[in-house]
Design a protein around this ligand. Structure first.
Ligand code: SF4
Ligand code: SF4
Length: 332
């Protein structure tokens, strides 16, 4: 039988040991239904998730809720919305109790005296031109001033088909402001013309992402195996989609047979009672889903399947490390 020890040399065994102890149990929380932008293709608004529940406004109820989430075993709170920084009192409830990651568009500066080491992921949807088309403004010019040099912040760069050939300049700009970057692909939930992926474009962007990782190893947080998985939607010969997705809210998961999945994962709406189907759009056709975190988690929950060769297991380790870095379980 193949074991971790028989497949890995000492260097990889050490890397494996660092992540094998982590036992990450994440859930996702809508902090608010409001946002200070309205991006075309935002999964939250386009799927009507902002209308799924009315926001809980009593901060005491947020406190009781987060305490019960901690009791439920959650050790990573991922805050989304809407725009979480519009309600920093709610963000603080999580931050004081749990390891917390906050997704933001970066337009509001989170005060570091109150949140000294909270990891922030700033959304970026391409170059100035794409951002103006899709989000109504060039957010980078504001967010990069707010967070220049911040050691607990990275850009979550959503790449569109129109970014092919342009990622070098954008990643260079991110490097110049002293921040890190993680890449994912646009799912185009609102069908904006010119932003659908064609197979040839996916193969080109895969090569480009590989080149960016080689060129900016201290800025880009990624792995070539991750690039392969998100651009092909394939892992070890299996296709990603509803039947395989690990990021489905556990109490709503009626799939039979059950795939390998995130244990106790729930995506909570902002009334702290309703649940959404999964980590992203309630209404997205899973066969078109490019969600980066869902693809990463798909790899992470399937360790055993990656124990068929040393290379497969190393690929698995690299993706786990990438996830652990993005959520601050191990250093960059
Ligand atoms: S900033 Fe984020 S939450 Fe707000 S509209 Fe854009 S994608 Fe949606
Ligand atoms: S939309 Fe994506 S993340 Fe959601 S259930 Fe489908 S495949 Fe999973």
């Amino acid at each position: 039988m193949k074991t971790v020890s028989s497949l890995l040399d000492e260097h990889w065994r050490e890397r494996y040991q660092k992540i094998s102890k982590l036992n990450i149990r994440s859930s996702i929380y809508d902090i608010t239904n409001q946002c200070n932008l309205r991006c075309k293709g935002c999964f939250f608004f386009s799927s009507g998730e902002h209308k799924a529940a009315s926001e809980e406004k009593d901060i005491k109820k947020w406190e009781t809720f987060v305490d019960s989430e901690k009791q439920r075993g959650v050790n990573l709170a991922i805050l989304i919305g809407g725009e979480p920084t519009l309600h920093l009192d709610r963000v603080e409830v999580f931050y004081k109790r749990l390891p917390t990651f906050c997704a933001t568009n970066g337009l509001i500066k989170v005060p570091r005296d109150k949140f000294p080491d909270m990891m922030l992921g700033i959304s970026l949807w391409g170059d100035e031109e794409d951002e103006k088309i899709l989000r109504g403004k060039d957010t980078f010019s504001i967010s990069s001033k707010n967070y220049e040099g911040d050691p607990h912040t990275y850009y979550l760069y959503t790449i569109t088909p129109r970014q092919i050939g342009k990622t070098d300049r954008i990643i260079g700009k991110i490097q110049d402001v002293g921040l890190k970057v993680h890449m994912q692909l646009l799912s185009n939930d609102e069908g904006v013309d010119g932003f659908f992926w064609k197979p040839k474009e996916l193969s080109k962007i895969r090569q480009e992402m590989d080149t960016m990782l080689d060129k900016y190893p201290n800025t880009v947080i990624s792995s070539k195996y991750y690039h392969e998985i998100i651009t092909t939607g394939m892992m070890l010969g299996w296709s990603f989609g509803w039947k395989e997705c690990p990021s489905v809210t556990e109490p709503l998961d009626t799939r039979d047979p059950k795939p390998k999945r995130l244990i106790h994962f729930i995506r909570w709406a902002s009334d702290l009672k309703a649940m959404h189907r999964c980590c992203t759009s309630e209404t997205r056709d899973c066969s078109t889903c490019k969600d980066g975190a869902a693809h990463m988690s798909w790899v992470m929950v399937n360790k055993r399947a990656h124990m068929r060769s040393a290379k497969d297991l190393q690929n698995w380790i690299e993706i786990y490390e990438m996830f652990a870095k993005l959520y601050q379980f191990i250093p960059w």
